[in-house]
Design a binder for this molecule. Structure first.
Ligand SMILES: Nc1ncnc2c1ncn2[C@@H]1O[C@H](COP(=O)(O)OP(=O)(O)O)[C@@H](O)[C@H]1O
Ligand SMILES: [Mg+2]
Length: 249
């Protein structure tokens, strides 16, 4: 359903030089499946998500959604075609309430739906519906609201960029359940979760390891876990000791 063919992406550095971040990526995502993208920090995971969403342009290659070439479509056009992206670092919108944001995602959400959307991500609706999506929210609160608005979109392809960052284990478990049910219910949809979380990886149909802008390996959890176990366990120990230096508060 979603196909990347020989996708490369470069950025302009401060010194004016071009730096290639993604190198000739070939990937196919099937309908009805749940994918994990993992790999070291700086490997290009967020860049890949932004390329799929149209936030970053390509330097070469093509992207197809259900055999339609979407390479030259804007972010808005891709969103209309059914691609949604939950940012690793969600943008804030001063003057917009949480309720407004969710209604933009799904205009048919009534008050019951709005409340459920927030409860699903572990937020108490009464405390948040009228809050401004601005600097008053913590990083963890922003992450949950971002995830909840992407779930509300019920997109054909939903990409979640490190949903676990700043979100507790209980909420992550609940989110996993929601995402899995969503894709079991609707075999036309695909979810891509960028994650290092050892609770999320096992439930994915396929794991893609991205390193230095290239696909290092891809396969089932059973095939990939032995290759990445050490890195992930090391990352978790650093997290426990507060040494990860997450950008979010
Ligand atoms: N807009 C940008 N400008 C300059 N460098 C960027 C930009 N976006 C990403 N990069 C660089 O690309 C590499 C991959 O980053 P990223 O996609 O965020 O990796 P990951 O999500 O796997 O941690 C990093 O070296 C990062 O500094
Ligand atoms: Mg990232």
């Amino acid at each position: 359903m979603l196909r990347l063919e020989q996708v490369s992406m470069s950025v302009n550095q401060n010194n004016g030089d071009n730096k290639e971040i993604l190198h000739n990526i070939d990937l196919e995502f099937d309908a009805g499946k749940l994918y994990a993208i993992t790999g070291p920090n700086g490997g290009g995971k967020t860049s890949l998500a932004k390329v799929i969403m149209g936030i970053y342009g390509l330097s070469s290659g093509r992207i197809y959604l259900n055999d339609e070439d979407i390479t030259d479509l804007t972010v808005t056009e891709r969103a209309r075609k059914g691609i949604a992206y939950a940012f690793q670092q969600p943008p804030r919108f001063k003057g917009l309430t949480v309720s407004d944001l969710l209604k933009i995602a799904d205009s048919e959400l009534d008050i019951i739906g709005l409340r459920k959307s927030l409860r699903d991500v572990g937020l108490c609706p009464e405390d948040y519906l009228d809050r401004d999506v601005g600097p008053g929210l913590s990083g963890g609160e922003m992450k949950r609201i971002e995830i909840s608005q992407v779930l509300a979109r019920r997109a054909t392809v939903s990409i979640f960029d490190e949903p676990e960052a700043g979100v507790d284990l209980w909420t992550i478990q609940r989110l996993i359940g929601i995402i899995v049910n969503r894709y079991k219910d609707n075999p036309k949809n695909t979810a891509i979760i960028i994650t290092h979380n050892e609770n999320v990886l096992p439930i994915c149909d396929e794991i893609i390891v991205l390193e230095e802008g290239r696909i290092r390996s891809r396969g089932t959890y059973e095939e990939i876990w032995p290759l990445i176990r050490d890195e992930i366990e090391c990352k978790r120990r650093l997290e426990c000791r507060g040494e990860m230096g997450y950008e979010i508060q």
